[in-house]
Design a protein around this ligand. Structure first.
Ligand code: PGA
Length: 249
């Protein structure tokens, strides 16, 4: 059985004061032990978030592929682990777009994350123009093929489907589109990693998930959790999503 994973991505938001929100999130995590609750704060807050010693799993938002070296402003997997992260998002669309990260770079980052003993949340998703052109499925299939390491194991890999046009917009795909896309992703993972591994990999939906739509999205067969941006910044917004996941069992 795949454990449901609800991950918050704070992006470039939050301060030490914002860590107070972790208390409510941790209480919900403790109340619902069947749900893995993750928060990925800005890297500057990882250590302080870890020191809160709550039931919330702390993750990073990005990780460099190299172990060390002349990469100004970047952080390695070992550094993130030392700070207290146990997983890292890689290939978020805001980095693919803003930092021009390619599938090959995302794959290299995922390999570094997994080799260090962390879990990688590999993000994929189409633009609105690609969906309008009828290319959403091949675009995402190519991202899965290029971004997911060939030897990934289910305990070290999570895939997040995040259509770019749904991120931060309040718009979400239809349940039929989410169903079709997640099933396709699992089929591609099966071809790449083998059926047994693919059956155990968690595939998250991300993009404007909130208290109002979480239950319907999380009920989709191959949706094993959510990657939540805006609605993960406060306990008031995030806890109902954790509860929705728990209610689905
Ligand atoms: P959103 O962001 O929930 O604010 O749409 C999701 C994400 O980018 O991970």
């Amino acid at each position: 059985m795949r454990r449901t994973l609800i991950a918050g991505n704070w992006k470039m938001n939050g301060s030490r004061a914002a860590l107070a929100e972790l208390a409510g999130m941790a209480a919900a995590a403790a109340e619902h032990p069947g749900v893995d609750v993750v928060v990925c704060p800005p890297a500057t807050l990882i250590a302080a978030a870890r020191d809160a010693r709550s039931d919330v799993i702390i993750g990073a938002q990005d990780c460099h592929a190299a172990a060390a070296g002349p990469y100004t402003g970047c952080l390695s997997a070992a550094m993130l682990i030392e700070a207290g992260a146990t997983l890292s998002i890689v290939g978020h669309s805001e980095r693919r777009t803003g930092q021009h990260e390619t599938d090959a770079e995302v794959r290299a980052k995922a390999i570094a994350v997994m080799a260090a003993g962390m879990t990688a949340i590999v993000c994929v998703g189409e633009t609105e123009a690609q969906r309008d052109a009828g290319d959403a499925m091949p675009v995402v299939a190519a991202q899965v093929a290029g971004s997911v390491p060939d030897d990934a194991t289910a305990d070290r890999l999570v895939v997040a489907y995040e259509p770019l046009w749904a991120i931060g917009t309040g718009r979400v795909p239809s349940i039929a589109d989410v169903t079709e896309m997640h099933a396709m992703i699992r089929t591609r993972l099966s071809a790449k990693l083998g059926a047994e591994t693919a059956a155990a990999v968690r595939i998250l939906y991300g993009g404007s998930m909130n208290a109002g739509n979480a239950a319907a999205l999380l009920a989709v067969a191959d949706v094993d959790g959510g990657l939540v941006g805006g609605a993960s910044l406060t306990a008031d917004a995030f806890v109902p999503i954790i509860r929705a996941a728990a209610a689905l069992g």
